[in-house]
Design a protein around this ligand. Structure first.
Ligand code: G1P
Ligand code: ZN
Length: 543
């Protein structure tokens, strides 16, 4: 076996975004495209020689081929040991767990999260560092710089490995351990939660539906929920990961997880419903006849985490992304917990978690997590909810109503305008930015603007400043709107409008969210002109 040095040249568009490099599968299939990016990662790492790397992905089309290429390149670049999930599978939180547990230098995760998969779908790759979290900005910058000047990559000419066989292999001098992708993660979950209590809950007849949406969480949910926790067979639906995710769009929201909503709002609904996304880091929570908005879920978890053994001593602090509703702020205030407001994206939580400033964090986009790994974690959130339900003996709907009664309700909605014309989206952002100063004090219908700002964040741990993180407008009524351009869309531009109002009056807590926010939607249109400027009559997704 020999190491080959292949001549190559830079490709346009190999700039990694906040979630790594995400492109159409066909882009990745071009000769040298993936290899360029992988070598650019390797060249940016100082301690690669002799290191351990974790490799795995969400099982989408091209996952296995990519793993084979990466393994051969890792061997050629002097990596001592690769830990790979069986068949190349690892959910994003499980990869984070495995990196931390085995003291790896880092890991390469193959996923485009919830984006559609299959031959015509998306593929993605990202590098996670030793703490198990997304690469810090300095590293992604270095990787990008490497992609612009790359002229060769190293690859072994060894044969493909059989990834379906668990055990130790050798690839051109590199040890390759193919591991059960679920085992380490399941063990961690068992250490965090009271599995005995949850098992008794299922024994008592408690019914649940978990929709794995034909993506990576299927094997995890089958093993943990139905295996270790004794939930009846059939609790997990769509549990077989498919290369094209069954043609679906595994983003757990009311639109793409409609089948689960129909079950939970239908006749004879189970007690509890949940779903995760393509790579297993997102979650949604439902009860019989009710949906827990992600921002509320974060607040409820923060208020009740102490019911689970791992958080029995209380939380160190909590964090939410800026567009996430202020529901968790009210819990933090009541409990005297430090609260951090970060820009969108998981990486900002990493520093706070590493520094021990927070134990819990989350985003409105159905991501919640804690200091157990350095990624958001879908099944973890589901298990924490199960632990809370088992300890409290309450129904999901009662937990939600009780929470609003105690803290008030933050009505919250996100309107996405997907795949709009990039210049129209830029125009919306630019004209908003230009009028920030003149907005303060302006009255629009029944709302008066008190704060209008372009959100900027100074990391309290390392002092790094991240600017232009979204436009945030606060009204006298304490209602709030946020507008930002998505960093993960792959077609045109996606504009996100986030709207929130606070309702202390319990008699109004059962109002429909869209009804409660109807007037604010129009105020937002007056200020942003999103519909007018993009030519869209309505958002593509309302969640
Ligand atoms: C979206 C979500 C954001 C999340 C990211 C990665 O990013 O809004 O909360 O961290 O996906 O899962 P966006 O497309 O808005 O930039
Ligand atoms: Zn995801």
């Amino acid at each position: 076996m020999a190491t080959l040095t292949i001549d190559t040249k830079p490709f346009d568009g190999q700039k990694p975004g906040t979630s790594g490099l995400r492109k159409k599968v066909s882009m990745f299939q071009q000769a040298n495209y993936l290899a360029n990016f992988v070598q650019s990662i390797f060249d940016a790492l100082d301690d690669l020689e002799g290191a351990t790397l974790v490799i795995g992905g969400d099982g989408r089309f091209y996952n296995e081929q990519a793993v084979q290429i990466i393994l051969k390149m890792a061997a050629a670049n002097g990596v001592a040991r690769a830990i790979v999930g069986e068949s190349g599978l690892l959910s994003t939180p499980a990869a984070s767990c495995v990196i931390r547990k085995y003291g790896a230098l880092g890991g390469i995760i193959l996923s485009a999260s919830h984006n559609p998969a299959g031959e015509n779908g998306d593929f993605g790759i990202k590098y996670n560092a030793k703490n198990g979290g997304p690469a810090p900005e300095a590293l992604t910058d270095a990787i990008f710089k490497n992609t612009q000047g790359i002229n060769r990559y190293l690859i072994s000419d060894a044969d493909d490995l059989d990834l379906a066989r668990i055990g130790r292999n050798s690839l051109d001098g590199m040890t390759v351990d193919i591991i059960n992708p679920v085992a380490d993660y399941a063990e961690l979950m068992q250490n965090l939660f009271d599995f005995g209590k949850i098992r008794s809950l299922f024994k008592s007849g408690f019914r649940m539906q978990f929709d794995a949406m034909h993506a990576i969480t299927g094997p995890y949910a089958h093993a943990i929920l139905e295996g270790m926790l004794g939930a009846p067979a059939g609790t997990v639906v769509n549990g077989m990961p498919l290369k094209d995710f069954g043609g679906g769009h595994p983003d757990p929201n009311p639109v793409y997880a409609k089948a689960l909503f129909d079950v939970m709002f239908g006749e004879n609904a189970p007690d509890f419903g949940a779903a995760s996304d393509g790579d297993g880091d997102r979650n949604i929570i439902l009860g019989r006849g009710c949906y827990v908005a992600p921002s509320d879920s974060l607040a409820i978890i923060a208020a009740n985490a102490q019911l689970a053994p791992a958080y029995g001593d209380g939380l160190k602090g909590v964090a939410r992304s800026m567009p996430t509703s202020g529901a968790v702020d009210r819990v933090a205030q009541a409990k005297g917990l430090p609260l951090y407001e970060t820009p969108t994206g998981w990486k900002f939580f990493g520093n706070l978690l590493d520094a021990g400033r927070i134990s819990l964090c989350g985003e409105e986009s159905a991501g919640t997590g804690s200091d157990h790994v350095r990624e958001k974690d879908g099944l973890w959130a589901v298990l924490l909810w199960l632990n809370i339900l088992a300890e409290s003996g309450k129904a999901v709907s009662d937990i939600l109503a009780d929470h609003w009664r105690t803290y008030g309700r933050n009505f919250y909605t996100r309107h996405d305008y997907e795949a709009v014309d990039t210049s129209a989206a830029d125009d919306v952002m630019a004209s908003l930015t230009a009028q920030l100063d003149s907005l303060v004090g302006r009255q629009v219908s029944s709302e008066t603007v008190t704060i209008a700002e372009d959100f900027s964040y100074t990391d309290p741990v390392d002092g790094a400043v991240s600017s232009n993180q979204g436009i945030c407008i606060v009204f006298e009524s304490s209602a709030r709107m946020v507008v930002r351009k998505s960093g993960t869309g792959t077609e045109g531009a996606t504009l996100r409008l986030y709207l929130e109002s606070f309702e202390p009056d319990e008699s109004r807590h059962t109002l429909d969210t869209q009804v409660a926010l109807e007037a604010l939607v129009e105020v937002a249109e007056t200020i942003t002109q999103i519909r007018a400027k993009t030519g869209r009559e309505a958002p593509s997704v309302v969640s």
